[in-house]
Design a protein around this ligand. Structure first.
Ligand SMILES: Cc1cc2nc3c(=O)[nH]c(=O)nc-3n(C[C@H](O)[C@H](O)[C@H](O)COP(=O)(O)O)c2cc1C
Length: 463
């Protein structure tokens, strides 16, 4: 099914109105404010547009960036967006979600340093001055580790999806204590090699995101919100201490987990009340309850977090929530709602977090790629109303890395370059039949490198 059939701004506006979403999704007539500089901490960057962290699954077996990783970041550096958020990077090899996830350790740090230098150099060559902000997302994949899942508690539906038996061990408090060191070490390395910020990743149900919803876990990392946020809180404090407060700290955080969905696009069975999601109404997990995400976001600003990137969902259990799409990935299902409803859910959550934290943090918005050539106009409307500070794209970064350059030079985005939200990137990500046990990912419809790769993989499957 293809939902996106809007050729003009009036057509998409009419659809938004028909769906009753005009309050949440609005469009400016031109992009102006987003192209102006913005202050982040004590830095000024040259516009308020950028790129979300997007894993390319193209690292080497020992966690270093490869030639394909370099190519992706080179395209972003030349694309014009001022915020370059480097992808999910494991803090230790066992924490990787796939065998080609990059990993920041003492052994690999030099490779990251070289790639970061290249990004700054390319940007300067293209735009004259270097006024970008580069950060890196630090992660532990928790239950989605490819070698051995690490779970913080049993979640009936997520366990079922990953075939985790009821007697599977849960990570202990002391093991979690020890894991904090890996985050702090990786953050120190990131600082040393010149990243402007680190993102303590708390989203998409990887380990720290799972902890945010650890209502059924006993001990010091479970039950109360204070305990559930303890890991991130202590890591943030330790990084501040060890970098003398000189490294900007960011977080990409789920404002809403949502329940798991089955292969038919139906929410899976859960006991009531629903105690397995962050930002979910316990009486009905299909409804968002931002009480705790807002409390935690405010608390994080007190801890000194300066950038909050608001996101939601679980790519393995409810992909339509995180990235509204027209066509599902191989392991997905047809969208159970109009994708614009998903976009509106993102905008609502971001606006609520922005309103709660005010000027204490820069808030980055997600969920824009589905809007294709109209995304920057929607971002501009949000920015004008103070509902977001920086607009970034995820899938759009793979399809159309130079979208900011086009906005700067031509005043609009090109229809023939936008993300089509047809999920080939996720399908490649899920492809393990590859000599390196993981296919790299990129934009199949827009980037010939990945079109060819996809063709080869499809041919192999047919044989
Ligand atoms: C191929 C692929 C890789 C992704 N990698 C990451 C990642 O490394 N870290 C992260 O937080 N989100 C990741 N995401 C999620 C995106 O950053 C983003 O939140 C999502 O695609 C929705 O934004 P969009 O509508 O602009 O695409 C990934 C998504 C896709 C499809």
């Amino acid at each position: 099914m293809s939902f996106f059939r809007y050729r003009t701004l009036d057509e998409i506006k009419a659809e938004v109105e028909r769906l009753g979403l005009s309050e949440q999704i609005r469009f400016a007539s031109e992009v102006k404010k987003l192209l102006k500089p913005i202050k982040v901490g004590d830095r000024e960057i040259w516009n308020s547009l950028g790129y979300h962290p997007m894993e390319g699954c193209d690292g080497t077996a020992d966690g270093r960036p490869s030639a394909l990783t370099w190519r992706r970041y080179e395209r972003l550096a030349a694309g014009g967006g001022a915020l370059i958020w480097f992808e999910a990077t494991a803090v230790l090899l066992q924490g990787r979600a796939n065998p080609r996830q990059i990993c920041l350790t003492n052994e690999t740090a030099k490779d990251f340093e070289a790639m970061l230098k290249m990004v700054r150099k390319v940007h300067k060559e293209e735009f004259g001055e270097e006024r970008i902000l580069c950060g890196i997302q630090l992660t532990h994949s928790g239950r989605y580790c490819f070698e051995k899942p690490i779970i913080a508690y049993h979640d009936p539906a997520l366990d079922k999806k990953r075939k985790i038996p009821p007697d599977y061990p849960v990570i202990s408090d002391s093991e979690l204590d020890a894991l904090q060191d890996a985050f702090v070490n990786a953050a120190k390395l990131a600082w040393k090699i010149g990243f402007d910020f680190v993102d303590i990743k708390q989203c998409h149900r990887y380990l720290l995101s799972e902890l945010l919803a650890a209502k059924t876990r006993n001990g010091k990392y479970g039950e109360s919100l204070k305990n559930r946020t303890r890991f991130a809180c202590e890591v943030i404090q330790r990084i501040q201490q060890e970098t003398n407060g000189k490294l900007l700290i960011a977080t990409r955080m789920n404002a809403y987990d949502g329940p798991a969905f089955d292969e038919h696009g139906k929410p899976m069975e859960y006991p009531h009340p629903f105690l397995y999601g962050f930002g979910c109404d316990e009486r009905d997990p299909l409804k968002v309850d931002l009480t705790e995400p807002i409390t935690w976001a405010k608390e994080m600003t007190k801890l000194g977090v300066k950038i909050i990137n608001v996101t939601m969902g679980n790519p393995y259990a409810n992909p339509h929530i995180g990235r509204p799409f027209d066509k599902p990935p191989v392991d997905g299902y047809e969208p159970p709602e109009h994708p614009l409803v998903g976009v509106a859910r993102h905008f609502n959550a971001t606006a609520a977090i922005k309103q709660a934290v005010g000027d204490e943090a820069i808030v980055v918005g997600t969920g824009y790629s589905f809007l294709r050539q109209f995304l920057a106009l929607a971002g501009e409307a949000n920015k004008e109303s103070g509902l977001v500070d920086i607009v970034a794209v995820g899938r759009g970064a793979l399809a159309y890395p130079d979208y900011v350059r086009d906005l700067l030079e031509r005043g609009q985005m090109a229809v023939n370059k936008v993300c089509l939200a047809v999920s080939f990137c996720t399908t490649l990500m899920r492809t393990k039949e590859h000599p390196l046990k993981q296919a790299p990912t990129g934009c199949v419809p827009r980037d010939p490198v990945y079109a060819e790769l996809y063709r080869q993989i499809s041919l192999k499957k047919q044989r």
